[in-house]
Design a protein around this ligand. Structure first.
Ligand code: GLU
Ligand code: ZN
Length: 298
């Protein structure tokens, strides 16, 4: 492939190093990897280390190690969001100077009782950027897209979200902004990730529109939850992926994604399981549910 040609499929896996990879992240990584490779596409790895206070020491190395042990191969060097602050700052300043974003000095207490929808107190206050959160103004419009698994999804940004944060008051950049800028900078055409991010997607579509970026295709896979309803991994202790379990957990993740498996694969290497799964991948078989309970997976 020449440098000038743009591949028709670029996918990515974008883990947050707040903890180890767990079964839920394996399902997302696997779906994104198989979808890319079965399309002859590239697959990139991006470490979403936007929030140092919430980072688990050693998590970045542990994630890379686990992906290797499970047979995943990505294209090129993996990147870190912590190396991209200049790009984020540039866009925040531009949106602010254009009046598309504004500074907000509201305290957490002032925002209690609005169900997470920002009531717009600082919209016309004209605060300066220093020591303030930066919020992007949202239109009173519904944003919709067609997810490859979940079907049509729509959300009214003004009513259901409100003006949202792109840079926190402590100077950290928001996931919503970073993910949109990075996917565009890396030329990502296809986003395959967990269904917990379905309701972030309309905000991301709005930012893409605002910044003149093209819209990728989306596929949201079911989220794996604990029997008590807790999301795996986030704010809940879930087992890390051990190397010994690689083949059985890959097979279990394949079944979770509704994909066929073969008894002979039980003794195969992780790499052999992945190669077999690339050849048999069918995204249309993925269950159209938002959550699956881990206990019900065999
Ligand atoms: N870093 C996010 C997470 O681990 C995923 C972001 C994305 O795939 O858009 O939940
Ligand atoms: Zn405010």
């Amino acid at each position: 492939m020449t440098a000038a040609s743009s591949p028709s499929y670029i996918g990515r896996f974008a883990p947050t190093p707040s903890g180890h990879l767990h079964f839920g992240s394996l399902v997302a990584a696997l779906a994104s990897y198989l979808d890319a490779r079965s399309a002859g596409g590239r697959w990139l790895l991006r470490m979403e280390d936007l929030d140092p206070p919430r980072e688990m020491p050693g998590a970045q190395a542990a994630i890379i190690e686990a992906l290797h042990r499970y047979g995943f191969e990505w294209d090129g060097e993996w990147i870190r969001q912590s190396d991209r602050h200049d790009a984020y700052a540039h866009v925040v300043e531009r949106l602010f100077s254009q009046g598309l974003a504004y500074a907000c000095t509201c305290s957490r207490k002032q925002l209690e009782g609005y169900n997470g929808v920002y009531p717009g107190f600082c919209r016309n206050a004209g605060h300066s950027m220093e020591n303030a959160a930066i919020r992007v103004r949202v239109p009173e419009l519904e944003y919709a897209f067609t997810d490859r698994v979940q079907g049509e999804y729509r959300q009214h940004l003004g009513r259901d979200v409100g003006d949202f944060i792109i840079r926190r008051r402590d100077g950290l950049y928001a996931y919503q902004l970073a993910v949109v800028l990075d996917d565009a900078a890396q030329g990502v055409t296809d986003i395959v990730r967990g269904a917990d991010l379905l309701d972030s997607t309309p905000r991301q579509l709005y930012l893409q529109e605002l910044l003149g970026l093209s819209q990728p295709r989306y596929l949201h896979v079911p989220l794996i939850v604990q029997p008590d309803g807790h999301k795996l991994g986030k704010s809940y202790r879930s087992p890390a992926l051990t190397p010994e379990q690689a083949t059985p957990l890959l097979l279990r993740a394949l079944r979770t994604l509704g994909q066929p498996t073969d008894d002979r694969l039980e003794h195969a290497s992780p790499r052999q399981v992945l190669d077999w799964a690339i050849a048999h991948w069918d995204a249309a078989l993925i269950p159209r549910t938002h959550t699956l309970q881990e206990a019900h997976l065999r």
